[in-house]
Design a binder for this molecule. Structure first.
Ligand code: PAF
Length: 273
């Protein structure tokens, strides 16, 4: 497996590739969720490039850019174990220029939920992904459903900008107790762990209510908020696949999302109905 640290080196590497290219964009601190993306990419593409880049433009000034977990050596080993062909780990100076065109995610999708709390976040995500898609010339890129809003916004960019890349959505990977895997789980103190489970539990309860015939979104939200108590809840939302808020559950076209603070750590989770 090749470890590539500069844009020039990546261009040279990609120019020499034959066959399909799969890209797994990450910010490192890789866990089993990322591993499942890499393994899926390896099973579908001849060449798999994993990018590891803590992208500064998607963090707000008061967010955790500087303390975001960085585990370069372990990440390289994980990529190799999962069968990736290359890891791309550029510096921010190599990726960004002083004068660049603006990339703005459509406000309809980017100003709600995550975007309401994190204005500008999705602009930064699209900005770095545009660069990564162009540099790697990937045929496919793999994303986890845990960042459901990101997935929608990336798919929208690919469709509307006629980008020649297929976006593959991969299932959320959870701990055996239900906690959705996230690099930010590393911030959780022992005492927070029990409370962190309230997010997945609220979603599983919602899913059970639906299985038992409940279709009223307001009732489901109310029950979720009870399960989430005493966490500081940012949002509980019930939307269709286009992220329009819905008042009645539509089977196969509903996503239930939750964001809440556990101690000082903001966690998100969701379930697709
Ligand atoms: O989901 C992430 O880890 C990031 O938002 C991504 C897609 C790697 C872009 O920096």
């Amino acid at each position: 497996m090749k470890v590539i640290k500069s844009v020039d080196e990546l261009r040279e590497y990609v120019a020499g590739l034959n066959g399909s290219i799969g890209l797994v964009p990450t910010m490192g601190a890789l866990h089993e969720g990322h591993m499942s993306l890499i393994k899926r990419a390896v099973s579908e593409s001849k060449n798999v490039i994993v990018s590891i880049f803590v992208n500064p433009t998607q963090f707000l000034p008061d967010e955790d850019l500087h303390k975001y977990p960085r585990k370069e050596e372990a990440d390289i080993k994980i990529c190799e174990l999962c069968g990736a062909s290359a890891v791309f780990m550029p510096s921010a100076d190599d990726m960004y220029f002083e004068n660049e065109p603006c990339v703005i995610a459509p406000p309809k999708f980017a100003s709600i939920l995550e975007g309401k709390t994190r204005p500008g976040h999705f602009d930064g995500v699209l900005r770095v992904l545009t660069k990564l898609f162009n540099l790697t010339k990937a045929n496919r890129a793999y994303f986890g459903k845990k960042d459901a809003q990101q997935l929608l916004i990336v798919k929208n960019m690919v469709k509307t900008m006629f980008l020649n890349i297929e976006i593959i959505a991969c299932e959320i990977i959870r701990e055996s107790d239900g906690l959705a895997l996230s690099s930010r789980n590393a911030y959780l103190k022992e005492i927070d762990k029990c409370n962190a489970l309230r997010l997945s539990r609220s979603l599983f309860n919602a899913s059970n209510m639906i299985k038992n015939g409940e279709t009223d979104a307001a009732k489901i939200k109310e029950s979720m908020l009870n399960t989430l108590e005493p966490l500081e809840v940012d949002y509980v939302a019930i939307v269709d696949r286009e992220f329009n808020e819905i008042s009645n559950i539509k089977l196969t076209d509903t996503i239930i999302l939750v964001a809440a603070k556990v101690g000082n750590t903001r966690l998100i989770d969701n379930i697709w109905i």
